[in-house]
Design a protein around this ligand. Sequence first.
Ligand code: GAR
Length: 201
Amino acid sequence: MLRKARIAVFVSGGGTNLEALLKAQESGAIPHGEIVLVIASNETAYALTRAANHGVPGTAVPRKQMSQEAFEAAITEKLAEYKVDIIVLAGFLSILSENFVRQWPDRILNIHPSLIPSFCGKGMYGLKVHEAALAKGVKVTGATVHLVNEIPDGGKILLQKAVDILPGDTPEILQRRVMEQAEWVLLPQAAEMLCKQITEN
Ligand code: GAR
């Protein structure tokens, strides 16, 4: 039988990207992977409800209540318990240290709501990314899925998709269009790509 890569999805908020991954899995679009665990950086993340609705184990590791070391130790323990092979950051807004990232070379995927290297880096997350794109006046934005590796490598870009900015866009309208046209399409594709690569090697 085909070995499936065991996926943990890290979330912090609404979890629409998690939902896209779960639906992709259910429709057979991630044949080389299986979402076995959802980790939220706070207890109130709606993404945990989405995980439960799909019968996937979810757990909160509340970042605000612990040090970076304790946070990452708790996450590492969960990843070992569930025998996780790859990590997908799907709207995960806590920082992971270089030390943590080093343990997972080419095994962490992240989705970012712009065309990297535009509108990324410190403080650029969620709606702020779309506010910055509109303030700059760019006519095209999009989403990027990339690997997360140690600096200086940083992590290779796996997939990108462009999305038009239209007259009258607000950050909220633009965010929704980028999610629908790019993020929810790219993230399951990239997850399958990485799972296929590691299970076939
Ligand atoms: C998504 O737009 C994701 O790209 C972004 O947060 C949102 C989470 O939405 N991530 C970042 O900005 C990371 N730098 P979701 O919880 O509904 O998936």
